[in-house]
Design a binder for this molecule. Structure first.
Ligand SMILES: CC(C)(COP(=O)(O)OP(=O)(O)OC[C@H]1O[C@@H](n2cnc3c(N)ncnc32)[C@H](O)[C@@H]1OP(=O)(O)O)[C@@H](O)C(=O)NCCC(=O)NCCS
Length: 219
C-alpha cells in the first residue's frame, strides 16, 4: 500500500511513504550501530524510515546517502538537503527538499483518536482547548490529533535550526477556515523561525493524519 501527500509541491519536495516494515538489512554498518541494541519494533521503525528517506533522496540523485543522527537523535541529512522522517503504527514516511528552496521541514504521522481528553492540559494551550471544546466527538478526535501532530511536525522543523527543546504549551496551533497556522500569541519566538512564513499542510489517509510544516527560503 502506498501513499502520496498530494498537496506537496513536487517541484520543491520529494517524498516516500510505505505501510510496510523494511528490515535492518537496508541500513549501512554505521546506521546499524546506532540502532543495533534497540527492540525489534524500534529497529524496524528506524530502518523503514531510512529506507523512505533514501527513496525520497533518490529523486534528487542522492539515494546512496547514509543518514546518521545528531545529539538528540535527529537525522543528519546530506549536505544541501533538509528533510524529516515520521512513523506511526500504520505508515512511515520521509520528505526531503533542497536547502536552496526550503530552509526546514517537519513531518509527523499520527493515528486519529490517540489524544485523550486527560492529555489536553499537558499538550494544548488554553486557546487550543477552547477551539477543540466546541466540537463533537468525531471532529474532536480528528482535530486534537491534528493540533498535536502539527506541534510535533513544528518541533522537527525548528530543532535543526535552533537546537532548542520546545514544550507543547510554548507553541499554539490555530485553525481558521480550515487553514492551520502558529498562534500569534504563541510563546515560541526565535529569529530563525519567522512564524508568518511557516506553511502548515495536512492530509488524511485511512486512520492516519499526515502533517507537514515547512519554511520556504525567501527569494
Ligand atoms: C522527537 C519527537 C518530535 C518525535 O516524534 P514522535 O511522534 O515521537 O515520533 P515520529 O515517528 O513522528 O518521529 C521520529 C523521527 O523524528 C526524527 N527526530 C527525532 N528527534 C528529532 C529532532 N530533535 N529534530 C528533528 N527530527 C527529529 C527522527 O528521524 C525520528 O525517527 P528515527 O529515529 O527513526 O530517525 C517527539 O518524540 C518529541 O520528543 N516531542 C517533544 C517535543 C515536542 O514535540 N514539542 C512540541 C512543541 S514544538
Amino acid at each position: 500500500m502506498s501513499y502520496t501527500f498530494s498537496n506537496l509541491d513536487p517541484s520543491l519536495f520529494s517524498q516516500f511513504f510505505t505501510a510496510e516494515f523494511i528490515g535492518i538489512e537496508v541500513l549501512t554498518p554505521a546506521e546499524k550501530a546506532l540502532i543495533g541494541k534497540a527492540a525489534l519494533k524500534r529497529q524496524n521503525d528506524f530502518s523503514t524510515g531510512r529506507h523512505c528517506a533514501r527513496k525520497a533522496l533518490g529523486r534528487f540523485g542522492a539515494s546512496d546517502t547514509e543518514i546518521l543522527t545528531g545529539e538528540v537523535k535527529e537525522p543528519l541529512w546530506p549536505a544541501g538537503f533538509v528533510g524529516s522522517i515520521s512513523h506511526s503504527k500504520k505508515l512511515t514516511g520521509a520528505i526531503v527538499a533542497k536547502v536552496e528552496n526550503i530552509a526546514a521541514v517537519g513531518l509527523d504521522v499520527e493515528t486519529i483518536g490517540g489524544i485523550n481528553h486527560d492529555m489536553w492540559d499537558i499538550l494544548f494551550t488554553y486557546n487550543e482547548q477552547v477551539f477543540l471544546s466546541t466540537m463533537g466527538d468525531r471532529e474532536q478526535a480528528l482535530y486534537s490529533t491534528l493540533v498535536f501532530s502539527f506541534k510535533e511536525a513544528f518541533y522537527k522543523l525548528q530543532y535543526p535550526l535552533t537546537k532548542q527543546y520546545v514544550d507543547f504549551k510554548e507553541v499554539g496551533i490555530l485553525c481558521t477556515g480550515g487553514h492551520f497556522g502558529l498562534h500569534a500569541d504563541s510563546e515560541f519566538n526565535h529569529q530563525m523561525i519567522p512564524r508568518e512564513r511557516l506553511i502548515l499542510q495536512w492530509d488524511k489517509f485511512d486512520s492516519q493524519v499526515i502533517c507537514v510544516c515547512y519554511l520556504p527560503v525567501l527569494r
